[in-house]
Design a protein around this ligand. Structure first.
Ligand code: ATP
Ligand code: MG
Length: 462
């Protein structure tokens, strides 16, 4: 309970409100009380002084009676004494506290003609003022005025009562807030927490379907997505590993088989050469595969560095076609290149070569003998397009979307003749995309295949 988020937020809310309330109460209470008390005191003294003034003008029994009658009807008490403290007139019976004040002013007379002589409104029943009656420079007596303090006290009691009510309301509100918060925040958070634990511990795919549009909704959807991705990744990894082991096993089986054949004593010199050549080819294939796998691993770790420089595209194309010519000749393929001689681009030359070799190697593998492969570079406003066309067997439409998947091959049987491992295009795509470009394939069965590499001119321009 104490560790619950809703409780913590609720408590925070509560503490803040109580703090604000206490502060407010303190300021209001003292201000109100002081104002009220000041007003009562001013009023009291003014009344006393007025009576005194009248008495100074006409110091007689009847004037005193007059004052007494006036105050008998009011909330105040008036007592008129002589200099000895003898009560001459009183509007109410003399209570103990009033008597005490009279004694005090007689024993310790005030310095001025009138002032407040009892201010302690919190402890006393009355506050009091004293006005001296002075006639011909001689003190004749005192007009003592008293006002009850219970009015002020009542008002302040009322105030603190109201603040207590507000305090109580705050408490109730806090409890409601904690309750709502725990429903609104903690419950979904708890679900998310449990779900993430499930992903972590049981590797389970979870679905936190929620329609919430706030941060919690986003969090829930993100976690759901992560769990799906994780699941897919796991499936892909398993498939990838089984594909890889298959890829590795095939050439190894050949190598082992032909090595066994080579051991046969009755083998002719011609066969020996033939089989050792096959072994060599398989071993080359294997090392190419390992190299490609290594590249793939780098792609996955984003360690695939691209070092761009300004180079002539035609020179790159030239060097690639030169390198591949012997392989093309083997199949009597013609390679036809068209490229604007002055075109330079900001690319990584060796990576771009890698792409072109992959694409041309595919074209070669899937072309019929004596056909033509065209490689042309075309510019438009925004792109430099490198287009490789072959007149080969083509690719079924439904296979095209998967060509760039790792280890994907159209002819699933692993014939040694066309035998690639299905990594070439994956790496090509990765390289082209890290140059900010796109690669795509169009193909028609029996007509041929077109691979287009479109590099954006913005970054890779002349
Ligand atoms: N020009 C093409 N004509 C017909 N099929 C093609 C062509 N290019 C690619 N393919 C098909 O796409 C698949 C994937 O190509 P990719 O280059 O990725 O792998 P691969 O050539 O089989 O192996 P690797 O390039 O790794 O040695 C190929 O196996 C092939 O079936
Ligand atoms: Mg290939």
């Amino acid at each position: 309970m104490m560790n619950k988020l809703s409780f913590k937020i609720g408590m925070l809310f509560f503490v803040f409100i109580v703090l604000v309330e206490v502060l407010l109460f303190f300021v209001l209470y003292t201000n109100l009380a002081n104002n009220q008390v000041d007003e009562v005191m001013d009023n009291l003294l003014a009344r006393g002084n007025t009576h005194r003034d009248v008495l100074e003008d006409n110091y007689s029994r009847s004037t005193m009676d007059h004052v007494r009658i006036m105050e008998a009807a009011s909330d105040f008490v008036v007592v008129i004494t002589d200099t000895q403290g003898q009560v001459l007139v009183k509007s109410n019976p003399i209570e103990y506290e009033i008597e005490q004040v009279i004694q005090r002013v007689i024993q310790a007379p005030i310095d001025s003609k009138g002032e407040i002589v009892e201010k302690r409104w919190k402890d006393k029943k009355y506050i009091a003022s004293d006005s001296l009656i002075v006639i011909d420079n001689e003190i004749k007596g005192h007009v003592l005025m008293f006002a009850k303090t219970n009015k002020v006290k009542n008002m302040l009691d009322q105030l603190s009562y109201q603040f207590k009510i507000i305090g109580l309301l705050t408490l109730i509100l806090t409890i409601i807030t904690i309750f709502i918060l725990s429903k609104l925040i903690t419950a979904p958070l708890k679900r998310i927490k449990e779900a993430s634990e499930q992903i972590y511990n049981e590797n389970k795919q979870i679905d936190l379907n929620t329609k919430r549009k706030d941060e919690l909704g986003v969090l829930a959807r993100t976690i759901t997505r992560i769990s799906k991705d994780l699941d897919q990744l796991k499936a892909e990894r398993t498939e990838f590993l089984s594909n890889i082991s298959h890829e590795l096993r095939t050439p190894l089986t050949y190598i082992k088989g032909y090595a066994d054949v080579l051991n046969r004593p009755d083998l002719s010199g011609k066969d020996t050469r033939k089989y050792s050549l096959i072994i060599k080819e398989e071993a080359e294939q294997l090392s190419l595969l390992v190299k490609n796998l290594f590249d793939l691993a780098k792609v996955d770790q984003n360690k695939f560095d691209i070092n761009k420089e300004w180079v002539s595209l035609c020179e790159i194309i030239q060097s690639v076609t030169e390198r591949m010519r012997p392989a093309f000749n083997e199949k009597q393929l013609t390679i036809d290149t068209k490229c604007p001689a002055d075109l330079i681009a900001l690319v990584d030359p060796s990576r771009l070569q890698q792409v072109l070799i992959n694409v041309l190697d595919n074209a070669k593998k899937h072309s019929y003998e004596n056909s033509v492969i065209t490689l042309k570079v075309k510019e438009d406003l925004q792109h430099i397009n490198i287009i490789v066309d072959d007149e080969g067997e083509g690719i079924p439409k439904e296979e095209i979307p998967y060509l760039f998947n790792r280890l994907y091959r159209v002819e699933k049987s692993r014939s040694r003749l066309s035998g690639g491992s299905g990594i070439g295009l994956t790496i090509a795509k990765e390289i082209v995309e890290s140059h900010g470009g796109v690669i795509h394939i169009d193909s028609e069965i029996g007509v041929g295949t077109t691979v287009t590499i479109a590099l954006k001119k913005g970054e890779i321009s002349e």
